[in-house]
Design a protein around this ligand. Structure first.
Ligand SMILES: *[C@@H]1O[C@H](CO)[C@@H](O)[C@H](O)[C@H]1NC(C)=O
Ligand SMILES: *[C@@H]1O[C@H](CO)[C@@H](O)[C@H](O)[C@H]1NC(C)=O
Length: 225
């Protein structure tokens, strides 16, 4: 009896400790308050540029990046992340304008962890390789083996394959990590809200640019004491 209880405790502990992270590159305009409201938050690790002003940076990269240098940013992010988090089995890349159903995230983690060599996301065409798939940068998940392969095998010249960070990542993974025999898997798009979130009477702009789109109600102070 005791051993069964102990076994259950160990299993519960192992399940709780399923090691995965959501890497979220943030900019000066990203909302930390919003990130903190998400159930995924305990697994979120924020990735800042050298001079990003953000309330909490888990990883700060050595440079500042512009759109054109996002491939180098992706390389630098994975290089730092696999070293900083040696015990994680699954890395998910999240944009800061994405909400993903939490139970779905857990099922993604489970699939990717069980596989040990999965690259999951919203598939797009890569450059150069007809059979390659490059997962859209808004949300993709990889097993540690793929994250490490990418981090260690990407070379400076590879940064030239594409100016798009997601196409760059997928192309390099296909070109350099095929020896792992990795599996592609498509995500469930209906579980992912990108730029907009809409459900029932909730409609949110997740990529607000500070223009006149968003009509936030003026907060009225009802009573003063
Ligand atoms: C972000 O804010 C910091 C501090 O104000 C500033 O030094 C930096 O240049 C800003 N970054 C961008 C990309 O505007
Ligand atoms: C891309 O390739 C060109 C020409 O080979 C080189 O001059 C440039 O530095 C490369 N860019 C990067 C970011 O590596």
């Amino acid at each position: 009896m005791l051993t069964v209880t102990r076994l259950l405790l160990i299993l519960a502990f192992a399940y709780r400790c399923s090691a995965w992270l959501a890497l979220v590159p943030v900019s000066n305009s990203s909302s930390y308050t919003f990130l903190r409201q998400m159930r995924v938050f305990p697994h979120v690790r924020t990735i800042c540029d050298r001079d990003t002003s953000f309330p909490h940076c888990d990883i700060t990269l050595d440079e500042n990046y512009v759109y054109r240098t996002l491939p180098a940013k992706t390389r630098d992010m994975f290089r730092k992340a696999v070293r900083a988090y040696p015990d994680e089995n699954v890395f998910i890349k999240y944009d800061d304008d994405v909400v993903v159903d939490y139970d779905y995230v857990l099922s993604v983690v489970n699939d990717v962890e069980k596989s040990g060599k999965m690259y999951l996301g919203d598939p797009m065409q890569c450059v150069g390789f007809r059979d390659a798939r490059c997962m859209n940068g808004k949300f993709y998940a990889v097993s540690r083996s793929i994250a490490e392969c990418f981090a260690y095998l990407v070379e400076d010249n590879d940064v030239n394959v594409s100016s798009l960070e997601d196409v760059f990542f997928g192309t390099v993974v296909y070109g350099k990590c095929s020896y792992l025999g990795f599996e592609y898997k498509s995500d469930l798009e209906k579980m992912i809200w990108h730029k907009h979130y809409q459900n029932q009477n909730v409609c949110m702009n997740l990529a607000f640019k500070g223009d006149k789109d968003c009509k936030a109600p003026v907060r009225e102070k009802l009573l003063s004491i």
